[in-house]
Design a protein around this ligand. Sequence first.
Ligand SMILES: CC(C)(COP(=O)(O)OP(=O)(O)OC[C@H]1O[C@@H](n2cnc3c(N)ncnc32)[C@H](O)[C@@H]1OP(=O)(O)O)[C@@H](O)C(=O)NCCC(=O)NCCS
Length: 162
Amino acid sequence: MVEYRKATFSEVEAIHRLCNHYATLGLMLPRSRNSIYENLRDYVVAVEGNNVLGCGALHFVWDRLAEVRSLAVEPSKVKTGIGREIVRHLEKSGIEKGTQMFFTLTYQPGFFSKCGYEESDKEKLPQKVWKECVYCPQYPYCNELAFVKVLPGYQAPTNKTI
Ligand SMILES: CC(C)(COP(=O)(O)OP(=O)(O)OC[C@H]1O[C@@H](n2cnc3c(N)ncnc32)[C@H](O)[C@@H]1OP(=O)(O)O)[C@@H](O)C(=O)NCCC(=O)NCCS
């Protein structure tokens, strides 16, 4: 049975391997061990016994605003429902902290549509969101799409404040 839970130090190597496997295919940003250790509290993993089948992270960006990132499912297990369940766990943990808007930058629009996200104009996201872009091998020629899930009551911050 697949268990979904917060990542621990024991899963860092598996997260690193999964994310960087897909990063070499150009599907997501590479993640260093340093970045995974420093942001370990962001990560959720899907595990079966000792095997890590998937991972994902929720990173708080600004007031009530959080990014779903580093989402990856073991190649042999894609399209078995693990990705959606990881997103659900990340959203639950975000809502517990008061998150009202989730966003992601992705090459997987079909998947995020199935998770209830809608495509958004990238320009509508706060400028602070782009802080990490300079680390991306694709920068500045990025084709990622912005997808958002906005919960009732969310008021977008103006760029003047961030
Ligand atoms: C994208 C990814 C995380 C999706 O996880 P997954 O476990 O395969 O997805 P799920 O099985 O939970 O799929 C949920 C739904 O989305 C659909 N779906 C999954 N991947 C899809 C895709 N690439 N395009 C369109 N639909 C997709 C599934 O068919 C399913 O639909 P259904 O409800 O009609 O059955 C996974 O394929 C992956 O790791 N891809 C490579 C890394 C990557 O691109 N990560 C995203 C970075 S933002």
